[in-house]
Design a protein around this ligand. Sequence first.
Ligand SMILES: [Zn+2]
Length: 258
Amino acid sequence: MLDKKAIDQLWFEQDEKYLQLQKLAIEKPDNWQSVFHLIPKRIVCMDERVQLREYREPIIGLAGSGILLSDKQRQRFVDKLAQEVDPGTITVTYHEYCGACNLYCFDHPDQQPLPVAKKSAEELRKMLGTNKPLEKIGWSDDCQIKAAGKTDFHHARVIFVDGTGKFNPGRLKLIDGFLLSVRYYPDDAYIMKEISIAISLCFGNHGFGQERFHQYPLLIALIGDETNEQYENRHLSYLVKQSIKDHSLETIKVIDLA
Ligand SMILES: [Zn+2]
């Protein structure tokens, strides 16, 4: 585990970008629309450390390459995605030290997170019908893509809840955050499940912990699609409220980036 000094540093080095994001809720820069221009080409864990920021490409954030989806939900995810994106153009990724796969292995103690992550990604790849090979993200030498941050610590101070499916925070070099591409999630219950998991990772032992968010709360940034009532901010905001009702509201702040 990291010592307090290292954790302090991870917190303070993000202050400027944290404040920048809060300002975005009030005023958008001229190039704001450019964060929605490209069609995503990769499915990546929602984890803030594996989002390929240096690529500046939009991605689809989904916990553990779909490990937490039931078979029926996984099919629904694929169907929803196929309505908007050519599934053959998608690369599925998986990553080391995945919190979602860890959670899965708590319930399946005979299994290990990394093989579970790869298996889930492979299943999704087959269902999408894409020939693009899987990509591994992480810190080891055999990873095609390097992850950011630390293997055993979530440095996210923000959760992005994206109802557009195209939001590309890397484009404007925004602060790292969990990215939940809820546009393609199978149902409201699953959206709430991932929001709850992202919060618990931020507030848990492998994140900054809830105490730290008292002065500068965990930001839940809503990026709604105001042309679609299923994904507009009003509905996303309702789902977030349902997901956070067990938490102290002083440590969470919902902001509107639509
Ligand atoms: Zn993960």
